[in-house]
Design a protein around this ligand. Sequence first.
Ligand SMILES: Cc1ncc(COP(=O)(O)O)c(C=O)c1O
Length: 358
Amino acid sequence: MLNAEEIRRDFPILEKIINGKKLIYFDNAATTQKPIQVIQVLQDFYTNFNANIHRGLHYLSQKASEMYEEAHDIVAQFIGAESRRSIIFVRNTTEAINLVAYAWGLKNLREGDEIIVSLLNHHSGILPWIKIAELKNARIKVVGVTSDGRLDMEKLKDLITRRTRIVSIVHMSNVTGTVVDIKRVNKLAHEHGVYVVVDGAQSVPHMPINVRDLDIDFLTFSGHKMLGPTGIGVLYVCKDLINELESFITGGGAVKEVHYKGEGFSIRWAGSPWIFEAGTPNIAGGIGFAEAVKYLERIGMKNIWEHEVSLVEYLFKRLKEEELDQYIQILGPKNVVERGGIVSFKVKNLDPHALHFK
Ligand SMILES: Cc1ncc(COP(=O)(O)O)c(C=O)c1O
């Protein structure tokens, strides 16, 4: 069980009075507020440990490197990844999907190959693929949504051909809350040798995710949507696929050695994840993110998911009891296990901008 009152006390911002009222914050799908434990870790890092990583032999640099590396381990364990090699820290989900598109797509896509995107996707699960398709003369195919807001699985089956290389799919829609059966999508794609990029921006923060149980190739998510700082996110790459990626942004930290031998350079690249994290990363952000993950783990992802399901059940029940369901149309599945805690609705015959709550 989850004690919401106790948890709320960890969030200093919820004490704020805005417009004469104590803050009630509903914009968590956009970004969550931060618990005091995460805020303190950020302050502690800058107060006691700040240094660049992987570049210095002095105490602070060693310590910061250790903390930042350990943050990868904590995230790996959180999603059931085998090791930190699979956990690439980036800025956010958007950057993570772009990284797959460029680091995997530039190397592996050929003219005429097909990329499938879903209409349930966020812009960031569509636009990078449009750009890479243009660059590689590949073709974008689109899988739509059924009338009740589910991913059209039948259509997805029809769309996959022997030219299909990758499917980009959102796990939980930020618009309708629809939860896509990712295991099924992966099975379908894998039967045809097709990879799947799962956008977990809304699912990883709200439900238990195990990348190995779900047989995930690529998973992307953002720290700021799961109690962590802004500017830190993750690209998970299944260990068998790491070598299919070509480093995209390169520079300091991505190499072990570079030698110039008169006629050219000889380069010994660093291993994953460092080869994909060139330049000074968001060190404090990574460490703060790991603290957010620990916070979520203490509550328990199963408890979080069950709590959200119970809130949606309660909302649906109350709408019925108050007979409000005749005035509004809920978007997405009505079945609570096929949806997350985001409930979007339309008020019949009313423009959303004309709607006011008392
Ligand atoms: C489903 C989904 N994917 C991707 C994103 C993009 O996340 P970010 O802005 O952290 O890159 C969002 C943000 O709302 C989202 O909800």
